[in-house]
Design a protein. Structure first.
Length: 424
């Protein structure tokens, strides 16, 4: 049927998931216990689904032992690593809301992120490249120099009661740079004060419509807004992204995109874990050579990225030294993809089923995807179709009336993926 008005309500043969994130991941971990769940190449670490579930539960009990409760907010200010993933799943396990903070933020942006979301705990790496996170935290919270870790009361952030340092290179570090910092190992040690039964009771009480994540928008019209997302939002958006890629337990997805963004956290982390696939982290931050090395060494079948990431890999002088024949699919998003680039990605990187995605943070994030069998023209001239169980229309900017097909207007959407609202 040919559309006359720019409106589409897409149903779906595959039903929405009704689980919370921990319920779904727990079922997958039990089913695929001995399969690899995550490989962090730069950390030289591998976890099976059984090991991942164990580590997540330990961290979740540690968070409970430190007093964090359902509905409270814990921030993460870090590059990509296993600890980020563990924190994502551990907070979801106990109903704590994870607040994603851009690792490129400086003191002013960090202060805004912590204040707007009223963050009560913060996990941060000590440094990355030229960025000294400890120094920035001390500038924002000089009380960290002398306060006891359990009694931090900063004048600028009175609600923040814990700052935890996480060193991905040395997660077992025992020396704190200043008195007020809590160490990763101390969080894990606090797990001994909480039983597995208490953890399970807490997790069982969660509701799929509970807020579980706050992500900040791009901030193109001012300070970024704090988008509140639920288990139901995130898990189903990830699930249908996985279905679109035909991901399963034998797939291995290379993830050079940042975890703090929906692209990494939802369309990579949760998409993989919702179907039993393996997540491969090439580096802390995008590096074209490290990504190519990871794809070959780990025999990845899928890869995500924005167009500039694919350009960087295609233009790398060592590209032809790598065997990328295991690749088949993935998602490209974030900017338009020219036809010439799409052709090179499909041919030279062996990605015949690469998808183009479109969305926004407020939509968890995907509203549209192309299909694996779409033509090159459809992949580069459109953003595909709305996902199953989503409703979209294009309306006149002034009247709000649904536009005829082909007319410019504002995109509106409705469905399971729409955010809970803005925080603060």
């Amino acid at each position: 049927m040919r559309l006359v008005r720019s409106y589409c309500h897409r149903g779906g043969e595959v039903p929405l998931l009704g689980d919370t994130i921990p319920a779904r991941i727990g079922a997958i971990a039990a089913r695929f216990a001995q399969r690899e769940a995550v490989v962090s190449v730069h950390q030289r670490r591998r976890l099976t689904y059984a090991a991942l579930a164990h580590e997540v539960d330990r961290l979740a009990r540690g968070l409970m032992g430190l007093g964090f409760r359902r509905g409270e907010r814990v921030g993460v200010w870090s590059t990509d690593n296993i600890e980020w993933l563990l924190l994502q799943l551990a907070t979801a396990r106990i109903g704590v809301v994870l607040v994603n903070i851009n690792p490129a933020n400086r003191v002013r942006e960090l202060a805004h992120a912590l204040q707007r979301a009223e963050v009560q705990g913060l996990f941060a790496i000590p440094a990355f490249r030229s960025s000294d996170y400890v120094a920035m935290l001390l500038e924002l919270l000089p009380e960290l120099r002398t306060a006891a870790p359990a009694s931090l009361t900063g004048k600028s952030l009175p609600q923040l009661r814990r700052v935890v340092l996480v060193d991905p290179a040395r997660p077992d570090a025992t020396a704190r740079p200043h008195a007020g910092f809590t160490l990763w190992q101390e969080v894990l040690a606090a797990a001994d004060t909480v039983s597995s039964g208490a953890l399970q009771q807490t997790s069982d009480a969660l509701d799929r419509d509970d807020p579980i994540n706050i992500q900040y928008t791009s901030g193109t019209t001012g300070f970024p807004k704090a988008v509140v997302l639920t288990h139901h939002n995130l898990l189903n958006n990830a699930w249908f992204a996985a279905q679109a890629m035909n991901l399963g337990e034998t797939d291995r997805l290379a993830v050079p995109v940042p975890f703090y963004h929906c692209f990494g956290m939802v369309l990579a982390n949760l998409a993989c874990l919702s179907v039993g696939a393996c997540l491969v982290i090439p580096a802390e931050h995008f590096d074209p050579l490290a990504t190519l090395q990871a794809v070959q060494a780990e025999r990845c079948t899928a890869i995500h990225g924005v167009p500039t990431m694919f350009i960087a890999q295609l233009e790398h002088p060592q590209l032809r030294d790598f065997d990328l024949a295991t690749l088949r699919t993935g998602i490209m998003a974030g900017a338009p993809c020219p036809p010439a680039l799409m052709r090179r990605v499909m041919d030279e990187m062996h990605l015949p089923e690469i998808l183009i995605g479109y969305g926004e943070t407020e939509a968890s994030p995907l509203t549209h995807l192309t299909a694996r069998g779409d033509s090159l023209e459809r992949r580069t001239e459109t953003v595909g179709s709305n996902l199953p169980h989503q409703e979209v229309k294009v309306v006149h900017l002034k009247t709000g009336a649904t536009q005829p097909v082909g007319e410019v207007g504002e995109l509106c959407f409705r469905g399971y993926h729409v955010m809970r609202g803005y925080y603060g």
